[in-house]
Write a protein that binds this ligand. Structure first.
Ligand SMILES: [Zn+2]
Length: 317
């Protein structure tokens, strides 16, 4: 029996190989409480250091077109930056070192962002990059205590910030968002152009889960708010860490009851239904730009389509 609103079904086959989701690093949370961990690892030449410069890192591309992050040994200057313990892999200990750069600084040659290379990163690189970027974004935005306003300091190997004034501890936050491929009874897919997208850009609907809300309720609310449709058969397909700056995207399919769209004009510039043939033709003639390969949005579109879609890698915004 088809599940109704308020519950979430799980698909027989969830999305395979979503970028940034393969787990290879043993995070070894049990080690974070050791107050000598970071200094010890910074003094050990066997430690592997992942360096984040702003939001980019150094990478190298193999002949197999797989991208790997460049890891180095610790250097004395690392101690001047935010250092986080990332975990263990292949017997080696991994640190993330976060170097802040001014927002208006010229990008350093050879460095790449996670958006640029995430779809082609090897499993270890994806884990190191996504985790370090998410932690860096959180540290940058949470330098002061939400209780008393005093500056906080990183503790537990970079996984907690503590307020020296009142002793309160603050943990990295993850903002949960739902993202959903809405289809109609004719199996057409709904795509929408958000305000701020480039003129041809369209994607599946998405939005943040609100306090006190279930995932299924968030899917139904967002679809109703953005395009005026009621949905049922909300089915979980997969999820993806999305550290831009701190999201977890939880992906669903949902079936629309009806096809008539009523757009939320301050958020949605355009929306329409696509058959598979219409989508392919629009991508081919350039009138439609879809989300990049790194995103679960793209995988949701391809799941509906039934296979990979060849499309230029163009940012939606
Ligand atoms: Zn405080």
């Amino acid at each position: 029996m088809a599940p109704r609103l308020g519950t979430v079904a799980r698909a027989d086959h969830s999305l395979p190989d979503v970028a940034l989701t393969r787990r290879t690093l043993d995070r070894r949370a049990d080690r974070r409480g050791d107050p000598t961990l970071l200094t010890g690892l910074l003094a050990d030449p066997a430690t592997r250091v992942f360096r984040l410069c702003g939001d980019a890192t150094a990478v190298e591309e193999g002949e197999d077109h797989v991208v790997r992050v460049v890891l180095g040994a610790p250097v004395p200057a690392d101690a001047d930056h935010l250092v986080v313990y990332l975990g263990e892999h292949g017997g080696a200990q991994h640190l993330g070192v976060v170097e802040d750069v001014p927002a208006d600084a010229e990008p350093r040659p050879g460095l790449r962002t996670l958006r640029q290379v995430g779809a082609r990163l090897d499993d270890l690189g994806a884990s190191l990059f996504a985790t370090t970027l998410a932690l860096a974004n959180w540290h940058r935005a949470h330098g002061h205590c939400p209780r008393c306003g005093a500056p906080t300091v990183p503790v537990l190997a970079g996984w907690v910030r503590r307020c020296p004034a009142d002793g309160s501890e603050h943990y990295p936050r993850t903002d949960v968002a739902v993202i959903m491929a809405v289809v109609d009874d004719a199996d057409r897919l709904l795509l929408a152009r958000g305000r701020g997208f480039r003129s041809a850009g369209m994607s599946v609907l998405a939005g943040f889960v609100e306090p006190g809300e279930t995932l299924a309720a968030a899917v139904a609310r967002e679809v109703h708010e953005e395009v005026g449709l009621e949905v049922d058969d909300v089915t979980y397909l997969g999820d993806q860490p999305w550290p831009f700056p701190s999201s977890l995207m939880v992906g669903f399919t949902a079936r629309a009851r009806g096809t008539e769209l009523r757009l939320q004009e301050d958020e949605i510039a355009a929306a329409r239904w696509f058959t598979r043939e219409e989508l392919l033709a629009a991508v081919a003639d350039g009138s439609l730009v879809i989300s990049g390969r790194v995103s679960i949005a793209r995988r949701l579109v391809e799941h509906w389509f039934g296979g990979p879609i060849e499309a230029p890698e163009v940012p939606l915004r």
